[in-house]
Design a protein around this ligand. Sequence first.
Ligand SMILES: Nc1nc2c(ncn2[C@@H]2O[C@H](COP(=O)(O)OP(=O)(O)OP(=O)(O)O)[C@@H](O)[C@H]2O)c(=O)[nH]1
Ligand SMILES: [Mg+2]
Length: 190
Amino acid sequence: MAGGRGTRLKIPVEKPLFKLHDKPLIKYVLDNLSASKLVEKVIIATSPHTPKTKDYVDNLDYEILETPGVNYLNDLSLILDIFESNSKEDTLLFINADLPFISGKCIDFIISAYFENNKEALSTLIPVSIFKDLNLKYEYEYNGLVPVGVNVLKSINKVQDETQLILKKQELAFNINTLQDANIANKLYF
Ligand SMILES: Nc1nc2c(ncn2[C@@H]2O[C@H](COP(=O)(O)OP(=O)(O)OP(=O)(O)O)[C@@H](O)[C@H]2O)c(=O)[nH]1
Ligand SMILES: [Mg+2]
């Protein structure tokens, strides 16, 4: 998902192209997806808010899906409709362009956990304490857990019965929303 407005960064750059150590956030995610052994195909959902991101991934020869960019859930629903019209049997992993440190191994761990469960969907969460230890901000907390922004779903646009995978890894807490998040990430990761 790479079609957000990037308002919290407060600088005139599309968030997926915002750089940590000279590498755009989205390139971290694409490299991690390339390192995964289980991901078969990568499609980037861009929007009218991210035209330069679209050009960037187009130049790297990735497949692009242009979504309206009204909001995340609206576009997620449209994407599920599009996939459902093709097949109801696909498994879709949604990952945000602002999660640079979720390694290929970790992505494969999440996908394997999905297939070991018999639920239609899987969401990933991390303990809020990891955010607090790193002095990172988080958006939502439920029962001491924060959603990571990686979800596995079947290619059907309906509310899906979901299993929750709790991961206790620092890397997953680096959801880059603000310059402060980027500064902490730049200090800890190379
Ligand atoms: N295709 C698509 N992607 C989205 C949309 N909203 C957010 N995203 C992407 O989803 C990821 C997580 O969203 P946010 O952290 O809210 O990012 P954002 O909306 O760009 O930034 P803020 O304006 O600060 O909320 C980012 O990689 C966004 O690019 C949307 O409406 N459509
Ligand atoms: Mg947003």
